[in-house]
Design a binder for this molecule. Structure first.
Ligand SMILES: [Zn+2]
Length: 297
């Protein structure tokens, strides 16, 4: 996938390194201007301030290389600026690309696209939909319009599913953005309403249609991104299809515990996921993604 140098989104919130008081965070440090500080640095700062008689925060600032403002789990109102590394840059670029693509598609329909925020976190984090855990995979929370992503999921895709491709990772992000698009179109709400009045089996069937549509929307994004910015390289689509197939419900349930799955267990079979992503990327048309009316998924 070719993405370097393309526009990066400003809507990435970096909570990596924050522990959220849950004791299960990666790193276990405090976020500090986007940097993670280990407990050792803090001990040194506290000792140093005792000896030198200066404010420990000032010393902490010096020890960590200076710069940003102190931010702990108690001050999550102030989002961290994203860290400056290749993976963050990749996530910002993919999100930026979905913004440009969906912005244009919404505009063509006479409406405007409200951009979601993408939160990078480690371990677990607070969301308007309750506490998010990386064990449940990437997910979208309609209540705060944020996509939550623990980058360890990409490592897991490599380790467990043998999927190693930036475009496959982009597909995962685009799928979550697809849920945001559904939210903006009012589809998530409709499905939620239906779920409340239906049997569990019917409700699950609705969820599958919602998930397959998010796959199709991810394909629609890829079609337009490639048309406008030539992002696709040889093997990319195959890798994304492999990812779609690897993280289908049936494939997951064949895995021993199968407890890591993007946002729910009701995503449809591998074959269905591949088919709907394929429909989206082949046509680039939102109208091709009407999984709710489709007789055959
Ligand atoms: Zn999903």
């Amino acid at each position: 996938m070719k993405w370097e140098g393309n526009r990066e989104s400003d809507n990435v919130e970096d909570r990596r390194g924050e522990n959220d008081g849950g004791g299960n965070g990666g790193g276990g440090g405090f976020g500090f201007g986007g940097r993670s500080i280990g407990i050792g640095t803090i001990v040194v700062a506290l000792l140093g301030s005792y000896v030198l008689g200066v404010n420990p925060l000032t010393l902490l600032n010096v020890l960590s290389g200076g710069g940003g403002q102190l931010s702990t789990q108690h001050t999550q109102q102030t989002p961290h600026p994203p860290a400056d590394d290749r993976t963050t840059s990749f996530v910002q670029t993919v999100l930026g690309d979905t913004e440009d693509t969906w912005g244009a598609l919404f505009k063509a329909e006479g409406s405007s696209y409200v951009k979601p925020t993408l939160v990078l976190y480690t371990g677990r984090t607070e969301t308007a939909c309750g506490r998010g855990q990386s064990a449940s995979g990437p997910f979208y929370c309609p209540a705060d319009q944020k996509v939550y992503l623990d980058l360890d999921f990409f490592q897991l895709m490599q380790d467990r599913f043998k999927v190693s491709s930036e475009f496959a990772e982009a597909y995962v992000i685009a799928h979550e953005v697809g849920h945001h698009v559904q939210n903006l179109l009012g589809l998530s709400e409709k499905v939620d309403q239906a779920r409340r009045t239906q049997s569990e089996r019917q409700a699950n069937a609705m969820s599958v249609r919602l998930e397959l549509q998010a796959d199709c929307f991810a394909g629609v994004w890829a079609y337009h991104a490639n048309l406008d910015r030539k992002i696709l390289e040889k093997g990319d689509v195959e890798a994304a299809l492999k990812a779609a197939s690897a993280i289908g419900d049936d494939a997951l349930q064949r895995q021993a515990q199968g407890h890591v799955v993007p946002d729910s267990f009701t995503h449809g079979t591998s074959e269905q996921r591949v088919r709907w992503f394929g429909r989206g990327i082949a046509s680039g048309e939102i109208a091709q993604c009407n999984t709710f009316e489709a007789r055959q998924l």
